[in-house]
Design a protein around this ligand. Structure first.
Ligand code: ATP
Length: 336
């Protein structure tokens, strides 16, 4: 039976890379019925909302979406479609595995860490006030409920996936009440998992240690803002934003998307690297129980990267998005 998946191509490089992912999944023989939806600026123009009620209802019915990046306007305009989806569908866990891949030249070759980012609160609640002209305020919300469920999620993930250590990243020395709560709840939950090492680290120390020796980290648990920043830093350790996947997961729904944004500088040029979105689609295939197809696609990507003949510009090659995808499909078909 076909799986039904909502496809949000997004904008910028989104349509090019989502199309690549759809072709790759088809080539691996997975039967998916895609239902395409707009979000972001075109949706605002149509119905005044960056995420329409129709799109939300459809994800609620079908449970799963694959999403390209969507532009969020800086300093003005409507609420971010990315944040809206996470908040409305309560996709509270943002999973970002960061792993060295043979064939990609990068600073380190033994990185294998998983970033778990709390996805629903912190400074992303969008509550900002102009107190008086020249004085502004942004409100950081940290609740016991959200801290508890994300800490449990991180330890459960570690347990199920054979991970040995969870490091909580915070700034509780300065934000004693908000990050202090996040840290206290983490310590309480850690006691339920004596088989997993639990440690905490202040975010500035983490930034330095991650750059000096990323191999010392296993699962990193972060609040929303630090999670956003550290994910990009970690992507840089293994070859850049073009290769790091992600998933937004809640109790009922899951939306899979790459860590990177819309990359407007290279949009529409057929030169974006679709690997990050393809790897996000592999997380989705595993979520759907299509492990064999996911394994086959992953091996094919790794083989092609190792051969190194068909790399996109971000990885030092000259290949277009569609040539990269064509070559990948040839490799996948040779394994079917
Ligand atoms: P947004 O505002 O949507 O986050 P951005 O350009 O600020 O967009 P990213 O889209 O995350 O941030 O990208 C930062 C840079 O990384 C881009 O300018 C682009 O050159 C590069 N980049 C990101 N994703 C890819 C990709 N898939 N392939 C190649 N280069 C990429």
């Amino acid at each position: 039976m076909a799986h039904k998946v909502i496809l949000i191509p997004g904008d910028g490089i989104g349509p090019e890379i989502t199309e690549a992912a759809v072709r790759v999944i088809e080539a691996a023989g997975v039967d998916i019925e895609w239902e395409r939806h707009e979000a972001g600026i075109p949706s605002v123009q149509k119905c005044g909302l960056s995420v329409s009620d129709e799109l939300l209802d459809s994800i609620r019915r079908n449970k799963i979406a694959l999403k390209g990046p969507i532009t969020t306007l800086v300093g003005k305009g409507f609420k971010s479609a990315n944040v809206t989806l996470r908040q409305k569908l309560d996709l509270y866990a943002n999973l970002r595995p960061v792993k060295s891949i043979g064939g990609i030249r990068s600073r380190y070759d033994k990185v294998d860490l998983v970033i778990v980012r709390e996805n629903t609160e912190d400074l992303y609640t969008g509550i900002e006030n102009l107190i008086t002209p020249g004085v502004t305020q942004a409100i950081k919300i940290v609740t016991e409920r959200a801290s508890l469920r994300i800490a449990r999620w991180a330890f459960e993930y570690a347990k199920k996936n054979g991970r040995k250590k969870v490091t909580l990243v915070h700034k509780a020395n300065i934000m004693k009440i908000s990050d202090g709560l996040f840290l206290r709840i983490f310590d309480e939950v850690a006691r339920e998992y004596p088989e997993i090492v639990a440690e905490d680290m202040i975010v500035d120390a983490l930034a330095m240690n991650l750059v000096m020796d990323p191999s010392r980290f296993d699962v990193l648990l972060l609040g929303n803002l630090f999670g956003d920043i550290v994910s990009d830093l970690a992507a840089g350790l293994v070859g850049g934003l073009g290769v790091v996947p992600g998933a937004n997961i809640g109790e009922e729904y899951a939306v899979f998307e790459a860590v990177h944004g819309t990359a407007p500088d290279i949009a529409g040029k057929n030169i974006a690297n679709p690997t990050a979105l393809i790897f996000s689609a592999l997380l989705m295939l595993r979520h759907l129980g299509e492990d064999a197809a996911a394994d086959r696609i992953f091996k094919s990507v790794v083989v092609n990267l190792a051969i190194g003949k068909h790399l996109t510009a971000d990885l030092g090659g000259t290949c277009s998005t569609s040539e990269y995808t064509d070559e990948l499909i040839k490799e996948i078909k040779s394994r079917n």
